[in-house]
Design a protein around this ligand. Structure first.
Ligand SMILES: CC(C)(COP(=O)(O)OP(=O)(O)OC[C@H]1O[C@@H](n2cnc3c(N)ncnc32)[C@H](O)[C@@H]1OP(=O)(O)O)[C@@H](O)C(=O)NCCC(=O)NCCS
Length: 182
């Protein structure tokens, strides 16, 4: 697990947010965040909390950050290693990312993503991939690139952010934890 200095951010005059690496005391809060955040998500199988647990159990949570506001954990983001054409690489998958419904649209998701991308860069990442809505993720520099494909994923929803000049070509695969069943 990456040891990352907690970053405190000030929101308005009263609310304070800290982005920091998860600790064992956060596991239950992280589960609850993803259960609540994805409860009504149209493309979710409602297994995001199980995916995080399975990644952690397999030591594949390369970066796992929480957002804490006034002592409460309200958001979480995970990054894990991925493969291209079945081979290990220095690219990471972003996700899942979730924010408690009552705290959405206050900039927490954006801060988790920005801090997470910085964290994987410090790990030597050469790029990052996610499956998501281009309307949201393009603001972080993610674009569709036809060099990378993923089985069963519409091309426009497979977005990538290269961190070096070279973009590999091939088929992206998640860690097996992503296929966990409820
Ligand atoms: C997606 C999510 C993590 C964003 O976190 P957040 O704290 O609510 O988002 P922010 O406040 O940082 O950003 C809000 C902006 O993102 C937009 N946005 C949020 N989710 C979006 C989505 N799925 N598609 C398009 N835009 C989205 C909002 O419209 C808003 O845009 P604006 O700034 O132009 O008004 C959060 O909404 C969430 O947990 N959603 C449910 C789970 C989910 O969809 N996770 C992502 C898929 S892995």
């Amino acid at each position: 697990m990456l040891l990352l200095a907690a970053r405190a951010l000030k929101f308005g005059s009263r609310d304070h947010m800290t982005i920091r690496p998860e600790t064992s005391g956060d596991f239950s809060a992280i589960e609850n965040i993803h259960i609540a955040a994805f409860a009504n998500h149209p493309y979710s199988r409602q297994t995001e909390h199980l995916i995080v647990n399975a990644l952690r159990a397999d030591h594949a949570l390369a970066v796992s950050l929480v957002a804490e506001m006034d002592g409460k954990v309200v958001g979480h983001i995970a990054f894990s290693p991925m493969k291209i054409n079945g081979c290990d690489c220095q690219w990471f998958i972003l996700g899942p990312v979730g924010v408690l419904p009552d705290h959405q649209r206050h900039g927490i998701g954006q801060e988790l993503i920005r801090e997470g991308l910085k964290a994987i860069r410090r790990l030597g990442a050469e790029g990052c991939v996610l499956v998501g809505d281009p309307a949201y993720y393009s603001r972080f520099g993610f674009t569709h690139n036809s060099a990378l494909v993923m089985e069963s994923v519409p091309p426009e929803n497979l977005m990538c952010l290269p961190m070096t000049e070279q973009i590999p070509h091939g088929c992206v695969s998640h860690h097996p934890a992503f296929w966990v069943t409820a």
